[in-house]
Design a protein around this ligand. Structure first.
Ligand SMILES: Nc1ncnc2c1ncn2[C@@H]1O[C@H](COP(=O)(O)OP(=O)(O)OP(=O)(O)O)[C@@H](O)[C@H]1O
Length: 381
């Protein structure tokens, strides 16, 4: 770590292994120049307001939420070197991939961890337990080789680092395990403080808490992903949004170097204003991208509903709803949901394939289809 760059640190150094010093961030909140960040916060709040309005146009918000969560899972994981594709992910999620790769399993885990935590925050506060549980889900069902040393659901036991072959060459050395635990206790207290923050403060909290979590780096692995998940959870728990529609990874990925540099600059030089500006801009980009996705999905759903009238079966409309919730489908699932015969379900799906609404997945038995159009609309192409 380049200690000489820490000219006005937002924390202190403590000794760790081999005579090296680790960085421990000060507890939140920092002293902020509120006038300097007012415009950025105002823009981001306005964008969130537009997104809230756009979400209300959806009859079934799940046709948006699931695709957004998949995009978040794919992008957040790719930022950390774990790669999968939309098709692999929807097949794995639907339990239709015979042997998903470790990467795909981990991305599918991300979706489960995120949606599980979102479900819980309806009744529960965001606690360290909830965060550890999300980490456990993220890191389970992996091969022994992949899962080793990741300690699912547990905070770190050893000193970790951000980038570098060893502590001497690491770019950043977060707190040692004991200090990290104290920092996480402080952070939990800050997130759940009373009185609850009003809307302007809540947005600011998302930026502060994300920086703090990443700087603490409480897990052996998965800190980038769990930290970005926390942003989406807090957007709902603080009441900024009524539905879970804020996922920042796609917007952050476009500026990944600036993202990392801005957090480093907080630690080294207390540059909070630049970090909050960066964060608010990512919120604006994300809200606008999601509003465009909502428009595309609403148009596409209407288009699918128009085109299935050619099939002349009331059941086709239910299949369209199923596809918008999960774009991978099999005759067996359709037969079960509609209480019709397998043969009837097969006929319906092959008619939909003829109309170009779904595509058969090559090499899968039993037969499965994917609605590539829905996946593309959610992706933005
Ligand atoms: N200087 C920094 N200060 C605070 N956080 C940082 C800094 N540099 C990177 N990060 C955060 O750490 C993440 C990557 O760190 P690392 O590679 O250690 O993650 P990880 O624990 O392996 O998590 P994941 O498996 O999700 O990548 C980045 O995505 C970013 O969120």
């Amino acid at each position: 770590m380049r200690y000489d760059t820490f000219t006005n640190p937002a924390g202190r150094f403590v000794p760790t292994l081999d005579g090296i010093r680790a960085f421990v961030p000060n507890p939140l909140p920092p002293n902020l120049d509120m006038a300097a960040i007012a415009d950025s916060l105002g823009d981001a709040r306005a964008a969130l307001g537009e997104l809230r309005g756009a979400c209300r146009r959806l009859q079934n918000p799940m046709i948006l939420i699931r695709p957004l969560q998949r995009r978040e899972a794919l992008t957040s994981s790719a930022m950390e070197g774990t790669y999968s594709t939309d098709d692999e992910l929807v097949l794995a999620e639907a339990g239709l991939a015979p042997a998903p790769s470790d990467d795909t399993q981990e991305v599918a885990n991300f979706v489960r961890a995120l949606s599980g935590a979102l479900f819980r925050i309806g009744d529960e506060p965001i606690t360290n337990r909830l965060i550890r549980d999300a980490h456990r889900v993220l890191m389970t069902r992996l091969s022994r080789y992949r899962g080793a040393h990741r300690h699912p659901g547990e905070f770190k036991r050893d000193q970790n680092m951000i980038w570098g072959a060893d502590l001497r060459t690491a770019r950043f050395i977060p707190p040692p395990p004991r200090d990290a635990l104290d920092c996480m206790t402080d952070l939990e207290r800050y997130i759940n403080r009373e009185p609850k923050p009003h809307a302007g403060e809540a947005l600011l909290d998302l930026a502060l808490v994300h920086y703090q979590f990443e700087t603490i780096h409480p897990f052996a692995d998965g800190n980038g992903r769990v930290g970005r998940m926390l942003i989406s959870l807090m957007a709902v728990s603080t009441g900024l949004l009524d539905s879970p529609a804020l996922y920042l990874s796609p917007a952050i990925e476009q500026e990944k170097d600036a993202y990392i540099d801005a957090m480093y600059a907080v630690s080294a030089r207390s540059e909070w204003t630049a970090w909050i500006d960066f964060f608010c801009q990512a919120v604006c980009r994300s809200c606008h991208q999601t509003i465009e996705t909502i428009d595309r999905l609403i148009d596409l759903e209407q288009d699918y509903r128009n085109r299935i009238t050619a099939i002349k079966s009331g059941n086709a409309a239910t299949i369209v709803s199923m596809l918008f919730e999960s774009p991978a489908i099999t005759p067996g699932r359709v037969a079960e949901r509609l209480s019709i015969s397998d043969m009837g379900a097969r006929k319906l799906l092959s008619r939909m394939a003829e109309l170009g609404l779904i595509q058969e997945v090559a090499g899968l038995y039993p037969k499965a289809y994917i609605a590539e159009g829905i996946i593309a609309a959610a992706r933005g192409r």
